[in-house]
Design a protein around this ligand. Structure first.
Ligand code: ASP
Ligand code: MG
Length: 420
């Protein structure tokens, strides 16, 4: 059994949905669980609906939601003929599920409504994709993943109840493979024991694919993306970026830690535990080899470059120039946590503590204000943080030659510099 995951970009237009059909035809002899995200930017659009609804702007929420409905109905019309009516009925049931809520007054917390509304994106997209595959002769069983993935009620960042979910997979998903080659379902979402919808964190569909792979002991997970493969740098930032054919779980986690947007970091563990390879493939040209991520040790990796722009340097010193101690650092970390900020680099000196953060204007302002109650605070903006794993002297010099280095941190295999 294989797991395929199609992200939002791979189903963002009629053309791309047709392309997905070509890909699936190519694999028509395999048993596959297909996980699909919301189409294109639907999740962002649904977030706007939530914002309006929870701000008591009901009319605006309904109007924004109507646009999303129309987009999906018109996509369905383009790709479906004989299966249109059945799909329209399914979509309308899901529309009602959301509208039923939008016509009410918000009484619960934001995160709860977020999950009840945002989860619709995946339900809409999979309804259309499933009908489309049936239409082109690829029989498949659509399932509501909320009947399978059981989570706690930590809305927007729900945690999976693995035991219960495993039972559901065995009881519900596995038997479908007696009659179907393809089971198609949603990424990113789940449900609590009270049937409230939950989400697993933005970009969480990769994680869903890994959960299914783990529970079904799949032979591999393929993530279909709009890139040729995982690259050693972002090609938009570095023209000389090259594809990486092979990676291992550890290196992938390291890359994610330093800010490379490769794969949702939660995805790795469930695969690593069962040594299930993860393949990143290009849905635009499936003949390209892509990248295989596995458990084996790798001898030689190219330099891997991660450049984070729009960084801010926060430098604090004690008001009386005594040493910066655990107490101050702890209080700072409490501030970070309260504001959901995560330092990208830190350095403790005798009388100063330095850290580099993503520049979120409001959050940084609040942080500086609060920190200045007990420390002297200095901010430097518009910096970039360059990380090179497996660096060589040559590549380091090439990438930093015309820049001013403000901070430098180095281990055997990783070098980080803050640049101006
Ligand atoms: N649709 C969700 C998001 O945009 C989940 C995903 O794409 O993985 O975050
Ligand atoms: Mg996505």
């Amino acid at each position: 059994m294989k797991i395929f995951k199609f992200g939002g970009a791979s189903v963002s237009s009629v053309e791309r949905i047709l392309n997905l059909g070509h890909i699936m035809k190519h694999w028509d002899n395999e048993k596959i669980v297909v996980i699909v995200s919301a189409m294109g930017k639907t999740t962002n659009a649904l977030e706007k609906v939530v914002d309006a609804f929870t701000a008591n702007k009901q009319e605006e929420a309904i109007q924004l939601f109507n646009q999303i409905k129309q987009q999906h109905l018109s996509t369905a019309k383009y790709v479906l003929v004989t299966h249109y009516l059945a799909c329209e009925k399914q979509l309308k049931d899901f529309f009602t599920e959301v509208e039923w809520l939008l016509y009410d007054t918000p009484v619960r917390e934001y995160d709860y409504y977020y999950d009840q509304i945002v989860c619709a994106g995946e339900l809409f997209s999979t309804s259309i994709i499933s009908a489309f595959l049936n239409e082109i002769g690829i029989q498949n069983k659509w399932i509501d993943v909320r009947d399978i993935i059981r989570t706690n009620d930590d809305f927007r960042n729900a945690e999976i109840d693995w035991n219960f979910t495993k039972q559901n997979v065995d009881k519900i998903v596995t038997p479908y493979f007696n009659n179907y080659k393809i089971v198609l379902t949603q990424g990113f979402i789940g449900a609590t024991d009270e049937n409230e919808s939950t989400t697993l964190g933005r970009e969480g569909s990769d994680y869903t694919a890994a959960v299914f792979a783990n529970l079904l002991d799949a032979e591999s997970v393929t993530i279909w993306k709009d890139v040729v493969s995982v690259m050693n740098a972002d090609p938009k930032q570095f023209a000389k970026a090259i594809p990486i054919a092979e990676l291992n779980y550890k290196e992938t986690l390291e890359m994610a830690y330093y800010g490379a947007q490769v794969i949702h970091p939660k995805t790795i563990k469930p695969l690593q535990n069962k040594s299930i390879p993860l393949i990143v493939k290009c849905f635009i040209d499936p003949t390209l080899p892509g990248t295989e991520i596995h458990n084996k040790t790798l001898k030689k990796l190219p330099p891997i470059i991660v450049l984070k722009e729009n960084q801010v340097l926060l430098k604090v010193t004690t008001k009386d120039f005594s040493f910066v101690g655990d107490h101050e650092v702890r209080r700072l970390y409490e501030l970070f946590e309260g504001l959901h900020l995560k330092p990208n680099l830190t350095q403790i000196g005798a009388i100063s503590f330095i850290c580099v953060l993503d520049f979120w204007p409001e959050k940084i302002e609040k942080l500086a204000l609060k920190a200045s109650e007990f420390l002297n605070v200095e901010l430097t903006k518009e910096l970039s943080l360059l990380t090179i794993r497996h660096y060589t002297k040559e590549i380091f010099e090439e990438l930093t030659s015309e820049k001013t280095i403000l901070i430098r941190q180095q281990t055997m295999d990783t070098i980080q510099v803050l640049l101006k």
